[in-house]
Design a protein around this ligand. Structure first.
Ligand code: 5AD
Ligand code: SF4
Length: 468
């Protein structure tokens, strides 16, 4: 999932500023402190990559600052999943170009860096560092080069078998610890730029994932989110665990209270994942399973590698689970050649599944992707219309879905407070936002848990009162 799309579902996690550095070893006291500013666009993978980049920079003697003006080095970790996301970085670079005169350096990281490569230097000559995510482990050497006044690129590692493993990770989310278990993507869906920007699929060993899970518990985290473009395509290089086994094992680490995972690909989504959720209480009752379209014809043109029926079979597994699993998805409207009848099929799928949340997007043509050459593009106005129809339908579905929670009691993890409303913000295991009041002067810490009686429901959230 990424953060520039339209959301009708449960809230997305936000980047917080508090930084907990795990395993920071001695930074040379004699080196003057250089400063950096980092802004992150895009999905949770990018958010977590940034945590590792921050850790690497701190280890190299840099200090993170909150504004562009305070920084010696200005970095953007970018997203190119849709054109709108891609344009954001070029706007930022244009806005701050004048700061180059003060000796500030600029770097572009992530998917736009990988996709545009050296062209970035032409479009924004004040940039001195361009580095794709598969090359982050070379950042220390690249920093030395740009400090010496040279340009540096990290663009040639997409075929690597290695993941970006580092013990220097800045933990910027106060209540959720991220662990990347698999990087890259080999699926090559016809619309998607990710296989070109993040490189080939490669998994971390289960031993290193388990070690990181234990380390997160030591740091005080009780919620862990396993990350990957397709987490359930995970293949343990050591051959020890399947994805479902790894999920269960992380859930059984003493001190872990909640485990989430995103994103799953329907083709590789096995029944064993549902069985693991049923068997291990710490695994959250939520699966994000992007469908993209409800039309068999469009799914085929998208090269999604499953049919509507196969997708619905996976939904049926989840619906027959002992626990009530909430299901969310991603949908693209206006893929080339999508007819009104195809679109109707997507609407009927929404009804049939009864999603708890949908992230919906207008198709955006991306460089290098096979869909670029497809005929019959859908005019933007029509894409916008379909998006609106879809969102209105999903809103009705969610409103109805959420009604069933009123009168129930749920455990939430406290994520923060909305002072203006006098409410605490909580998240249920099913990934629903549950805002609640608490009698008296209680001070709840982010990352702790509370029992909440649900009083009413809306399309995007629930409202309740803490049970004392
Ligand atoms: N246009 C629109 N949406 C896209 N996505 C991926 N590529 C594109 C594109 N070219 C959406 C998919 C994916 C989510 C992360 O972004 O729905 O699941
Ligand atoms: Fe893109 Fe498809 Fe890979 Fe997801 S599975 S990252 S949509 S190519």
């Amino acid at each position: 999932m990424d953060m520039d799309g339209l959301q009708t579902g449960a809230g997305r996690s936000q980047v917080r500023t508090r930084v907990i550095l795990s395993h920071m070893s001695g930074v040379s006291p004699n080196r003057p402190q250089k400063t950096f500013y980092l802004e992150t666009f895009g999905c949770q993978m990018n958010v977590h990559d940034s945590e590792k980049v921050i850790g690497t920079l701190v280890q190299e003697g840099y200090r993170q600052v909150e504004t562009v003006e305070q920084a010696d080095l200005i970095l953007y970790n970018t997203c190119s999943i849709r054109d709108k996301a891609e344009q954001k970085v070029f706007h930022r670079l244009a806005d701050f170009k004048k700061l180059q005169a003060q000796g500030k350096k600029f770097g572009v990281l992530g998917c736009v860096a990988q996709q545009e490569g050296h062209k970035i230097f032409e479009r924004a000559p004040h940039v001195s560092l361009v580095c794709g995510s598969a090359s982050y482990r070379n950042l220390p050497q690249m920093l030395v080069q740009i400090e010496a006044g040279k340009r540096s690129t990290g663009l040639d590692d997409r075929q690597t078998d290695e993941c970006f493993e580092t013990e220097f990770t800045a933990r910027t989310n106060p209540y959720r610890g991220y662990i990347t278990i698999i990087e890259g993507c080999d699926k090559f869906c016809a619309y998607c730029v990710v296989p070109f920007t993040r490189g080939k699929e490669r998994s971390r060993t289960s031993d290193s994932v388990m070690a990181e899970a234990r380390q997160l518990v030591d740091l005080g985290y009780s919620e862990i989110q396993l990350l990957g473009q397709n987490v359930n395509s995970y293949k343990d290089p050591a051959g020890k665990y399947s994805f479902a086994e790894l999920l269960a094992a992380v859930g059984e680490v003493p001190g872990v209270k909640r485990v989430r995972f995103t994103t799953s690909h329907p083709r590789d989504f096995g029944r064993d994942i549902v069985e693991a959720i049923d068997a291990v209480p710490t695994l959250c009752d939520h699966v994000h399973l992007p469908v993209q379209s409800g039309s068999a014809r469009v799914l085929d043109a998208m090269q999604r590698l499953y049919t509507r029926e196969q997708y619905l079979e996976r939904i049926a597994w989840m619906k027959s689970a002992k626990r009530e699993i909430s299901i969310t998805t991603d949908i693209i409207v206006g893929f080339p050649g999508e007819t009104e009848a195809d679109f109707e099929q997507t609407l009927s799928l929404l009804e049939e599944v009864g999603y708890d949340g949908v992230f919906s997007f207008k198709y955006s043509p991306r460089p290098n992707t096979p869909a670029l050459t497809l005929e019959d593009p859908i005019p933007d106005q029509e894409k916008a219309r379909r998006l609106e129809v879809l969102m209105a339908k999903q809103r009705e579905i969610q409103t109805a879905q959420n009604k069933k929670y009123a009168g129930k009691i749920a455990q939430v993890m406290v994520e923060g407070r909305n002072d203006a409303r006098g409410q605490w913000i909580g998240r249920t295991s099913q990934n629903k936002t549950l805002n609640f009041t608490a009698r008296g002067q209680v001070a709840l810490k982010a990352g702790t848990y509370a029992e909440v009686a649900i009083l009413s429901s809306f399309a995007n959230s629930l409202l309740g009162e803490m049970v004392v």
